[in-house]
Write a protein that binds this ligand. Structure first.
Ligand SMILES: NC(=O)c1ccc[n+]([C@@H]2O[C@H](COP(=O)([O-])OP(=O)(O)OC[C@H]3O[C@@H](n4cnc5c(N)ncnc54)[C@H](O)[C@@H]3O)[C@@H](O)[C@H]2O)c1
Length: 340
């Protein structure tokens, strides 16, 4: 039985908490024993809603050892791994601490604020011979996994063009408003758009160059809307993100349209449809479970079986941050091409 500690139970941490509760019900051999959050109110169930429906209405926190200090939790608990759902500016520091204590680490995306911090995390994992995985959950998301299989197998030929969009209501729920503080989150580019950057990196590898335009709306938040063209030899690739929809009724959406030589995949409104060119469209059968659930299972299984983290390995997720930072530089220079 693996013993886990969860650090941060804000919007995303609660999503993870639900998965531990579900896995326990399923008899999966992982036990969440400790939770740490600096904000004690969270242990009384005082949460702000995010842009997705994560988190149950009520939690029984009495069954966990509760901490408000990360060091104290790492000192007192005998854990196998920690699951870090802290604000991004704390990812590197908390990850390195836990790895140096001999724990494996699953850390939420984005890996960190810059490639240097990512490298420090990788160095600590290697020095301590521990597993490090970043929660780039789209790599475990059934619709995106299906897309990846089509790209790799060339079932519909090569990719001709690809478009990705994600966007949601303005994130106003975060701890001390860190999400709308550029130095802490990297703005929409590093926080939300990074999912599509990571997908493009995973599907197609590093582009030759990027050109990005961005727009700031909220004071001090960095870019709140971005659009990037990724330059590859034979593909037209673009991704956009926008969190300026300042209306809580909207929620969140993510979309892709990928045209292959012999077919098109379209994912929108939560439904993936395949359009073989000249054939009949169909909705493919997909794996069960959310990307969050599947990523936690993958990570814990890799610990139990002592197998390498291959799907979201830390070097690849660091490359995602390098690409995202190049996009930021391009946006800062009004769309100038940045070579990678
Ligand atoms: N994979 C996804 O789809 C997804 C979605 C949303 C957020 N995220 C990521 O999850 C992470 C958390 O985002 P969020 O939206 O949950 O933010 P949040 O502000 O809602 O939650 C952060 C939590 O960390 C706690 N915290 C802050 N400083 C702390 C400290 N020093 N010690 C202990 N606890 C501390 C806060 O009290 C809060 O409960 C971010 O990296 C974000 O990018 C991922």
């Amino acid at each position: 039985m693996l013993k886990a500690g969860l650090i941060g139970i804000g919007f995303m941490g609660r999503g993870h908490l639900d998965i531990y509760i579900q896995m326990e019900k399923e008899g999966y051999p992982v036990e969440l024993v400790a939770i740490c959050d600096i904000d004690e109110d969270k242990f009384e169930g005082k949460f702000l809603p995010g842009n997705l429906n994560v988190g149950m209405a009520d939690y029984d926190f009495s069954k966990y050892n509760l901490y408000t200090d990360i060091d104290e939790m790492l000192e007192k608990e005998d854990l196998d791994y920690v699951d870090i759902a802290l604000p991004t500016y704390l990812h590197a520091e908390a990850t390195v601490k836990a790895l140096n204590k001999g724990l494996h680490v699953l850390c939420e995306k984005p890996m960190a604020l810059n490639p240097q911090e990512c490298q420090a995390m990788i160095d600590a994992a290697e020095k301590n011979d521990r597993k490090l995985m970043i929660g780039q959950c789209l790599r475990f998301w059934p619709e995106y996994e299906y897309l990846k299989r089509c790209v790799d197998s060339k079932e519909y030929g090569n990719v001709v063009s690809a478009y990705f969009f994600r966007g949601g209501t303005t994130p106003k729920w975060s701890y001390e408003n860190w999400l709308l503080t550029k130095e802490k989150s990297g703005g929409v580019l590093l926080d939300q758009h990074v999912h599509d950057v990571d997908m493009i990196n995973w599907l197609f590898g590093t582009p030759k160059k990027v050109t990005t335009v961005g727009r700031n709306v909220f004071p001090g938040s960095g870019y709140d809307a971005v659009s990037t063209n990724y330059i590859y030899d034979n593909m037209v690739v673009n991704a956009q993100d926008d969190w300026t929809i300042n209306n809580d009724d909207f929620g969140f959406t993510m979309t892709f349209r990928v045209n292959f030589e012999k077919g098109t995949l379209i994912y929108e409104d939560g439904k993936l449809t395949v359009y073989p060119h000249g054939g009949k469209s169909f909705v493919p059968e997909l794996e069960e479970g959310s990307g969050y659930y599947r990523e936690i299972k993958y990570f814990t299984k890799a610990i139990m079986d002592d197998t390498p983290i291959q799907v979201a390995d830390a070097y690849s997720t660091k490359e995602t941050i390098r690409i995202a930072k190049a996009e930021e530089e391009s946006a800062d220079r009004q769309g100038e091409f940045i070579e990678l």
